[in-house]
Design a protein around this ligand. Sequence first.
Ligand SMILES: [Zn+2]
Length: 434
Amino acid sequence: MILNKEKECMSRKEIKAIQDERLKWQVKRMYEKVEIFKKRMDERGIKPEDIHGVEDLKKLPFSYKKDLRDYYPYGLFAVPMTDIVRLHASSGTTGKQIVVGYTANDLKIWSECFARQLAAAGGTADDFVQVCYGYGLFTGGLGAHDGATYLGATVIPASTGNTARQIQTMVDFGSTILCSTPSYAMYLAEEIKKQGLVDKIKLKAAICGAEPWTEEMRHQIEETLHIKAYDVYGLSEIMGPGVSYECECQKGMHINEDNFIVEIIDPETGEVLPYGQKGELVFTTLTKEGFPLIRYRTRDICSLNVEPCKCGRTFIRMNKPTGRSDDMLIIRGVNVFPSQIEEVLLKYCSDGITTNYQIEVDRVNNTDTLDVFVEMAPDLFADDMASIERLQKTLEEKIRSALGIGAKVTLVNPNSIARSEGKAKRVIDKRKLA
Ligand SMILES: [Zn+2]
């Protein structure tokens, strides 16, 4: 179902017209209200009057995650604090937390953006939406919660943790849509199957976001629970989950272009790349009042798809990010994304391994080492040593051909890698500790 046909199915010409107007409005007010933005514009000799539409976007300065730290906490806000009705924060992997603020109108727009995802997944006011993202400063919990409320669905604010209770809630309350990280959806799926409850749940869809996942993982969640699993994208700096959302075609995520302009750039040179090429994702917020950003560099690497979508929505689609330029590991001079390793492992799940793995990078005698620990399924664990070794060898070969560098694969006992009920900690880089 399409929640807001008037917006989601506009002609490209109408989208451009809306973006032009909103960009001019945003640049003008940010120039007046956000000191660093004015300074960067002045340094380039650009005035708000020089921006006539989307085609002038490339004249505008980029903004960076570092800005959020440098102007912490409220230095980038574009309204007086009295107009801010909510704060969210993210700790990030490095250093100080960052904080973002929303006006009442910002929250309303965010709710609709997430509700568009729920509707695209078949959600209506009759659904029971179990939100298993963390509630709190993290945008996941309240973002999904407000989206489901906007839709008029019945929200079950389950938050994270206590898996036994989550499953009982799902069965007893008749949850039909699950919102969670993909790793937790996978974990719930495994548990539900193990307890023989697949036929007892009424789930029809899962909306998964907040961490990278692969197509293989999607298939596993879908097959285990007999549901459809959708990919939702977002980041706190830009809004939260719902910046882009997947439709029933499940071929990329439609970007809410009435609220955001998207660009793909070369992360090295900053040059804008043509549609279809892989590069860094950059967003401009068009309607955000509290905490607007122009040309924000997400560090996410992906490509855009402008082909018309069968669903009827006209918003550009982004492909699943293949990694964050921040998450990228450089091992023996080779760029490695953890998702590449995950993709290999997921192909061998039917051979007796699980999706629970950990990557460990270290430096021994000035050479980088790459270890991949993978949990065995209980049936393989009971198997003979020879078949375990054979599988280890196969995985090592496949990882070598996927990455171009060798890794040591060790299959470990079931449940020996700490399971996270929030975000999965997949990588331990010991080189940073030295
Ligand atoms: Zn579509």
